[in-house]
Design a protein. Structure first.
Length: 366
């Protein structure tokens, strides 16, 4: 702990030596550090050089001004102890109006002076603590205001994405599907190829927008769950049907198996399917074998999804939140948001992710 800086202002020429003698133990023990000024102007110059004086001890009458003029000129008012002649009642009343800590009518060597200075130092430390608390409080208020502003901005973004992007994209995908069906009926291969590309691109863009919306909903706390009994066999069959073609593009076979009874398993099917589907899509780029398996088991109140056949060396890094959205792109149906969104969804459902040496283990309390 650093020594308390004490500014002593007086015209007495021998005061520095007297202070050094009377407070020798506190000075050598680095409890107090005294600074001396022989005038008000010199005291102000010291206060600009050292902005952290906690206590000031001053005579009432200074060579160039009164101590009250000095107090008015101080940028940051320290805890002040005044020393004056006996029965100086007029200055005492004025000192109290300035909030002076105490006014003594005894010499430096009086034990009362030591006690008063100790109290002033304690008051200075307490004042700094209160100022620090106030600063922390003001900072927390600012952070709260920033959070509220960000929350409203996020809600505006959600509404904007929903109305300005997702709704038109749904229309584009829907109409392209109708046109594609018509071109197939009319046997127009040139149009069919163009419309196939249009529909595929629209679906990919819609997928990216939906993922961004879900990330924003999770961060804003706007997502809800609808837990119902699950038919796990149907869920796993649908999952395999959805992601198997994606794994096959990497020359890999994907197999799902499980032994969980549907009557014992309740969850939000839509979000569970979405989280597992995003996980598998995002991990296709980390396939290191020609066979990937997901085994679903139940034990001790948990349902576990264990995925093997995926490289896990950089497992912590690949699940990090996306920070550069400008780098997102659709490659083989994968945008780069899948893993981050999948883990966030799983945590939102109360699940836990453990990356082991040979597999990803995702557990969910049921």
């Amino acid at each position: 702990m650093s020594a308390e800086k004490i500014l002593v202002v007086t015209g007495e020429t021998d005061l520095e030596a007297r202070v050094a003698k009377f407070f020798s133990a506190q000075i050598s023990g680095r409890v107090y550090r005294f600074f001396f000024a022989s005038s008000g102007a010199q005291a102000l110059a010291l206060s600009q050089q050292y902005t952290d004086f906690g206590v000031m001890v001053s005579a009432v009458e200074l060579p160039d001004m009164t101590v009250f003029s000095l107090l008015q000129a101080f940028p940051i008012l320290p805890i002040t102890v005044l020393v004056s002649r006996q029965d100086d009642q007029e200055n005492f009343r004025q000192a109290m109006s300035f909030g002076v800590y105490d006014m003594l009518f005894s010499p430096l060597e009086n034990p009362l002076f030591r006690t008063t200075l100790q109290g002033a130092v304690y008051a200075a430390k307490r004042q700094r603590s209160l100022q620090l608390l106030q600063s922390d409080y003001q900072y927390s208020i600012q952070q709260r205001d920033v959070a509220i502003t960000e929350y409203h901005a996020r809600n505006q973004l959600l509404n904007h994405l929903h109305h300005e992007l997702r709704t038109p994209l749904n229309a584009v995908v829907g109409y392209s599907q109708l046109l594609l069906e018509q071109s197939l009926e009319d046997e127009l291969p040139a149009y069919t190829e163009i419309l196939n590309h249009l529909q595929h691109t629209g679906e990919q863009l819609l997928q990216l927008v939906n993922q961004l919306l879900d990330l924003a909903k999770l961060e804003a706390g706007a997502m809800t769950l609808d837990c119902q009994p699950l038919d796990v066999k149907d869920l796993l069959d649908d999952l395999a049907l959805t992601v198997s073609p994606l794994f096959s593009t990497y020359g890999c076979r994907f197999v799902v198996s499980g032994d969980v009874e549907s009557s014992e398993f309740r969850a939000d099917r839509r979000r569970l399917t979405q989280s597992l589907g995003l996980l598998l899509k995002g991990l296709t780029q980390y396939v290191e074998t020609d066979f990937v398996s997901m085994v679903v088991t139940r034990r001790e109140g948990l349902v576990e999804f264990c995925l093997s056949g995926i490289q896990t060396a950089e497992s912590e890094q690949i699940f990090q939140p996306v920070s550069d959205f400008s780098a997102l792109s659709m490659t083989e149906g994968v945008s780069g948001l899948e893993l981050s969104l999948s883990r966030n969804l799983w945590a939102f459902m109360g699940g836990e992710v453990v990356m082991e040496a040979d597999c990803f283990r995702w557990s969910l309390t049921v």
